[in-house]
Design a protein around this ligand. Sequence first.
Ligand code: PLP
Length: 427
Amino acid sequence: MCPWFESKWGSVRLSERLSILHPSITLEIDALGKKLKQEGKPVISFGAGELDFSPPETVLTAAKVAIDDVVNSRYSPTAGLYELRAKIAERVNNTQQLNGTPAEVSAEQVIVTNGGKQAIFEILAAILNPDDEIILLGPSWLTYYAVAEYHGAKVINIPGTAQNSYKVTPEELAKTISEKTRAVIINSPCNPTGAVYSIDELRRIGEVLLNTDVWIIADEIYESLIYGEIASEKNTAPHILEALPELAEQTILVNGVSKSYAMTGWRVGYLVAPFWVAVEIQKLQGHLTSNINNIAQKAALAALETSSEYFDNARKTLQERRNLMVSLLGQIRLAGDAEKGVSFNIPDGAFYILVNIENLLNVPLSGEKLVVKDAVSLAKLLLEKTLVAVVPMDSFKIANHIRFSYALSKEDITEGINRIIKFIGEQ
Ligand SMILES: Cc1ncc(COP(=O)(O)O)c(C=O)c1O
């Protein structure tokens, strides 16, 4: 159905495709939280999809230097500054050891994009046709749905199970693949679950896809944010191409500096594709944006040259926050039934915890005996009554769950979750 709008000139018809995109409930709650904050209320938000750290100092210096160089005021190559593309290729080759030997990605396979988001958009534009199917593994980021559907494809989600940290098994994947399957997206570490696939799990998933005409899109944007034993020697999450190098010709990597280097606002992402696909995507980007901002590219180059100490600190801080979250969330208990609270898996990566709130629905909450029937109503109630903002997962197409980000200070985490514990458990 074409969307119609009433303007002062009469009814105006817009593209049919636009009606596929819906305003996000997440943004609605975020806006409400910001409004309350502006009114001076002490809102604590667990909604953030970005780190609260400063980017490395070298990034800020590189950007300042770049501003003064007039060459950066001009157009540059569509696919990105060559030195940045070369650095990205070098990074992929160093972190993704294929059976012990570095991968052999070249700079020509890299396209620098306006954030990981533009990379996803361009990849799906390049590979999908109407009625194709694309498979998402476990709870998945809402943008995959929006962009795939925008390109006329059908999204098939394999939900996974809480027992397996929502990681999809090769058997589940094999059952779901059909003749229409054009692509599978693997996002590890995952937004919203924080789950990280081990090298062995990736190998077994990869084996299902090997020798098929299915594309693998590996979204590795949280690769450096991992905790515990799952980290590879290079301190990144395991990669599918490390697990099965033979998949290189059918795999497109997505990454960027947004999440790992606390640089969401700089809008630098990238994709790494087989050369001939990169050439096609470059044509699209030429008409869409041309090159991305040169100053941001120089800043991204400095980010990729940052010493590993930056990550060691970031990981340590995030792991402490994660542990604090886990211990506090475990203390949420219903007043009427102290056995019942929320349930969740302990994340191995990214900075999110996906929390099952089924036990809090359709029962009287807090001393005020309030009853909510779904995650959106619970999120609105928490914001209204405790000034704590969380993200209901309905827009990620997951019922009865909310997502907490732990990209906020320990003080705020403690205060925020304690408010929830008190509210839910009030007699
Ligand atoms: C799984 C995933 N991939 C990609 C992105 C894109 O990040 P950006 O466009 O900010 O680089 C995000 C952002 O939230 C994400 O969660």
